[in-house]
Design a protein around this ligand. Structure first.
Ligand SMILES: O=C(O)C(=O)Cc1ccccc1
Length: 313
């Protein structure tokens, strides 16, 4: 085993991707080796095998919602934990080999998440184009030069400094303020300390064929005063109509109200995956009413023990 083996950080490469920009925000990753990978599966495999200590993964963007490949991988690869989140503003350019005009573009190479964020621009400016999926935004531009299968690529601004391409159009994203949320995923079971501005990510399955099951799941949060910042359904995949829910809840597992909501979920759901509690990228303190502060839960437990004649803890 080489000295640096399990201190590496994996990211979707090649160099120049937004995922790499997210990793530059991680203080602990600076000065450590970084491994450029080709897809989410490879990044998680690095973490599971111990080749990397953590991997940076795109999980949600403000235009197109949750990144389904990431959500599904998090549901199926056991023992992964999110230990941090990072926001990167994303903005795209259309590039081509030198000598190509916009009118020549028939096939656009693009990462599916980037493609989805440039749909309106593409429909207006290249209404007849076809889409060739790429493994990343930088891979899309690099393969223009290498393979010639596509005529243009969607890429991050500045790409022309590193690859032999020309910019055909700038700011082609449908929303100029688009932001992508990235998460740092590791195999540690140590939960980052509570900061008061935290998020807890979960994947929850509903019991089969029970009326009101979704409401019952939401009640676990509502009755403990826990706000949700994301709830998204993803097909489980074994039959039509079977879904799991990807959830981000405000607060930390060390907050009594969040821990109590988790216990409630565990009692009713066939599967609850705890993906982690970690500091929010925007550092906004969580607001909740005083009815749900830690002392209320601790006081209620002490009361119950008192009823049973047990000593207070
Ligand atoms: O990190 C990149 O550059 C990627 O290719 C993934 C991606 C795609 C679109 C928005 C953010 C990240």
């Amino acid at each position: 085993m080489s000295e640096s083996r399990n201190v590496s950080y994996s990211f979707l490469g090649p160099t120049g991707t937004f995922t790499e920009a997210a990793l530059t925000q991680v203080v602990e990753a600076q000065g450590k080796p970084w491994r450029a990978v080709n897809n989410v599966g490879e990044a998680f495999d690095d973490v599971v095998s111990g080749r990397s200590v953590a991997a940076m993964i795109a999980i949600e963007n403000s235009v197109d919602g949750g990144v389904s490949a990431t959500q599904d991988a998090l549901a199926s690869v056991p023992d992964l934990r999110i230990i941090g989140e990072y926001l990167v503003p994303v903005n795209f350019v259309l590039v081509a080999r030198p000598g190509t005009a916009l009118a020549d573009v028939k096939i656009v190479n693009a990462h599916p998440v980037a493609y989805a964020q440039c749909r309106r621009w593409l429909e207006s400016n290249l209404p007849h184009h076809g889409h060739l999926p790429a493994s990343s935004n930088v891979a899309a531009a690099a393969s223009l030069v290498e393979s010639g299968q596509a005529d243009a690529a969607i890429a991050p601004p500045g790409i022309e400094k590193h690859h032999d391409v020309v910019v055909l159009a700038r700011s082609i994203g449908d929303n100029a303020n688009a932001v992508t949320r990235f998460v740092l995923v590791s195999r540690t079971t140590t939960v980052p300390p509570r900061t008061g501005a935290d998020k807890t990510s979960l994947i929850v399955e509903l019991p089969e064929d029970r009326s009101g099951a979704l409401l019952e799941m939401l009640e676990q949060f509502a009755t403990r005063g826990v706000n949700l910042s994301l709830i998204q359904s993803r097909p489980i995949g074994d039959a039509l109509g079977r879904y799991r829910f990807v959830i981000d809840a405000d607060g930390h597992i060390h907050d009594e109200r969040v821990a109590d909501a988790l216990l409630g979920l565990r009692r009713f759901s066939p599967q609850v995956i705890f993906l982690g509690s970690y500091p929010r990228a925007d550092k906004q303190p969580i607001e909740f009413t005083s009815r749900y502060n830690d002392n209320v839960f601790i006081g209620a437990r002490a009361w119950l023990r008192g009823l049973l004649g047990e000593p207070a803890v």
